[in-house]
Design a protein around this ligand. Sequence first.
Ligand code: PMT
Length: 399
Amino acid sequence: MNLLNNKNILLGICGGIAAYKTPDLVRKLKAAGANVRVVLTESGKAFVSPLSLQAVSANPVSEDLLDPAAEAAMGHIELAKWADMVLIAPATANFMAKLSHGLADDLLSTLCLATAAPITIAPAMNQQMWHAIPTQQNLQTLKQRNIRVLGPAEGEQACGDIGAGRMFEPEQLVDALNQRMVEPVLAGKRILITAGPTQEAIDPVRYLSNHSSGKMGYALAQAAADLGARVCLVSGPTHIVAPAGCDVIQVKSAEQMYQAVMEHVADCDIFIGCAAVADYRVDEVMSQKIKKDNDKLSLTFVKNPDILASVAALPKPPFTLGFAAETQHVDQYAQGKLHNKKLNMIAANDVSDQSIGFNSNQNALTVYWADGQQCLPKNDKYTLACQLLTLLNQHHNNA
Ligand code: PMT
């Protein structure tokens, strides 16, 4: 569905080499039916010309906060009100810093303060700048304020470095924006989601865990909230910021996650088990640090409760969607879990492919239900979460 049709998109362009892609981005937004107005920062002008952007957007390009002629045509407050969505692409480290501190020293940063429209940024910068602590702290602040972040992608950079910092391609940005122009199809529904890994203590300093970062589960929580659901997220230990608009319960072990889920499951219509729950915990947690006195060490493990199966086995279970993270026979094992755990749906995740699954920003899933299946091809986890929830919602409505 094209939800960008007739929507007003304010595109802010900052000074980065990726700005050369923005005329193509404007063309693609226009082709999707959007009305586009461009705001170009001073340094953005060094990388792309206002004339090109005016030609492709069919609108004058705004550049200065203090330009009386521009203000007479469409003042900055009017422009801020005109927007249904603000997209900043590329968003530089400098602009992210300005945005996180609420500066208003040029037209684009002022517009960001003056608009009620949702703001999305597509960061693009050198990989070292992206990983720098101030940039990462600014990123967390922006996410906490519900500013959406698309990318950056990883790969070869203009400066020759390799790593995270490439702007998402125009086509990806348009697809993701389209997903974000969402209708609240989950309004009135209550969704309980588990995310992240669990940590099973061995002794006071060690634990058993896995590679789950929580990104997929948090993307699902964010997408479900954006689609209008009331979301409760039960999360194992992660390093990512809690999604805006969700109730979040932090736990460590599988047993704690089980308790939290059982306390809240009666209040939900849909349960999604995305957490990578440790199947086993050590039988006896040592009260003191284990010393390395022996060449070999044996630990005895006992099975953890299966949270997803327990939810599905309740007398009045919610609609249940499980995940199956597998390294081989992915589809066969996933379908086995669908059947054995008596789920409504299961999303098979091939975690042998390191570009998807654990800790990556992208994923790809095959979703199974009793008499059907659908592939959701590789995409960023938020977009994929929107697609998965849309599919789940169709089945929940028909259940
Ligand atoms: O967090 P990310 O880095 O973004 O990675 C995402 C992911 C790979 C963790 C995610 O997409 C995923 O596949 N999650 C399920 C991981 C998993 O534990 O799969 P499983 O096949 O072992 O378990 C099957 C299902 O049972 C899962 O829904 C799991 O949440 C649930 N389960 C498993 C064991 C248990 N004791 N309790 C459970 O509820």
